[in-house]
Design a protein around this ligand. Structure first.
Ligand code: PMP
Ligand code: GLN
Length: 378
């Protein structure tokens, strides 16, 4: 029988993390912290388990957590999402993306994505019989020319996926970008899937341009968020989705048969933790310190640093050093230098020859220092 995803192999994060382990390399490839989450948070989750909160949560998520999410949206973006009808707790951002796409994408629908794009978008669209319309961004600045985006529009354009701050480039959308998008999609039914999992990791005083800030977009948008990024707990696979009631109704029809509900004690523990907004407000400062340190260390290597305005990823170009394809270069860095990265070509559908690698800096200072000690030898 025919594969639903011919040409798709194992995702790049699994491949690179495995190779890093085999070669005992410092793993700056897959994005996850190598330090512990706040012990208080762990304690809250453990307490919930010990207190017997170990059975199914409501299908849409625990009310106490949905209410706090709605409060957070109100506090940060003055956006009203009704906790009962417009907020759903998911098994990470990935499941929220999968579910939103499943709820709306039919065979022949076109979805515009901005490449380099996070790896789960395109295969999910393809599985549904949708067509991926990639807009290719290019280093060093990965800027969007909205007039060119317009050229991708057709009568079948169903959805646009945004991701700001963007994985892997660290680029963030500006107010000007959003205004251009509003102008382009005015008087259309084009939906937006806004992947905002790095909303709290944005640097140099920049303001996160959530689609929640713009009523014209909000009314036809899904917003995806991840507690893995917010709380340094990627292994918990906990996130949420926000959308206006009519969209959320369709989302939940899929969600109930996709995972039904998400684990109870973590939802309770996270809710207790989020009661204090300080638990997330300091995240940008925390990561800016890491970004600044990592960039100053990398300045001693031969790599050319690309801009990083958000997320916990730093991209570097080695175009001036070698013609080697990025996958080969990333493998060589693991085997010969003991440092794992992600080749950015993995985030494009078509072949590119950009010679760019992505490093994750959600790591302890000593990990970053050790990694760069090895990279300076290149
Ligand atoms: N979107 C982006 C851009 C991401 O980087 C990630 C995590 N790597 C996700 C979605 C998925 O988030 P989660 O781990 O919560 O499923
Ligand atoms: N989001 C993480 C990254 O970009 C990894 C997620 C995953 O392993 N699927 O590295």
């Amino acid at each position: 029988t025919q594969s639903k995803l011919p040409g798709t192999g194992t995702n790049i994060f699994s491949v690179m993390s495995k190779l890093a382990e085999e070669h005992k390399a410092i793993n700056l490839s897959q994005g996850f912290p190598d330090y512990e989450a706040d012990p208080k948070l762990i304690e809250y989750v453990a307490d919930a388990m010990k207190q017997g909160f170990n059975q199914y949560a409501p299908m849409t998520g625990l009310p106490v957590l949905r209410e706090l999410i709605a409060e957070k949206m109100n506090h940060l973006y003055s956006a009203d999402y009704h906790p009962e009808t417009e907020v759903t707790v998911t098994a990470g951002g990935t499941q929220a993306i999968f579910t939103a796409l499943n709820a709306y994408i039919n065979a022949g629908d076109e979805v515009i994505i901005f490449e380099p794009a996070y790896d789960c978008y395109a295969p999910t669209i393809k599985m549904l019989g949708g067509l991926v319309k990639p807009y290719q961004l290019a280093p060093p600045n990965y800027e969007i020319d909205w007039e060119m985006v317009k050229k991708l529009f057709s009568a079948n354009t169903k959805m646009i996926i945004l991701n700001s701050p963007q994985n892997p480039t660290g680029c963030v959308l500006s107010e000007k970008d959003i205004k251009a998008l509003i102008k382009l999609t005015k008087n259309t039914d084009i939906m937006i899937l806004s992947d905002e999992v790095y909303e709290h990791i944005i640097f140099d005083g920049k303001k996160h341009q959530s689609v929640a800030l713009y009523p014209e977009l909000r009314e036809r948008s899904f917003i995806v968020a991840s507690f893995g990024k917010l709380l340094h707990t990627t292994g918990w696979k906990l996130g949420y989705c926000l959308a206006p009631e009519a969209l959320m109704k369709e989302f939940r029809k899929v969600h109930q048969f996709n995972v039904f509900s998400v684990n109870t004690p973590m939802q309770l523990g996270v809710a207790k933790y989020l009661k204090d907004p300080q638990s997330y407000l300091g995240l940008s400062a925390f990561f800016q310190q890491k970004r600044d340190l990592f960039r100053s260390l990398l300045a001693e290597t031969k790599f050319k640093l690309l801009p990083c305005n958000g997320s916990y990823f730093q991209c570097v170009s080695y175009e001036h050093l070698s013609d080697e394809k990025d996958v080969a270069m990333a493998e060589r860095l693991i085997k010969e230098y003991g440092v794992a990265s992600i080749p950015v070509s993995a985030f494009y559908i078509r072949n590119t020859d950009h010679h760019v690698l992505r490093f994750c800096f959600a790591k302890k200072q000593e990990t970053l220092e050790k990694a760069v000690e090895r990279l300076v030898k290149l």
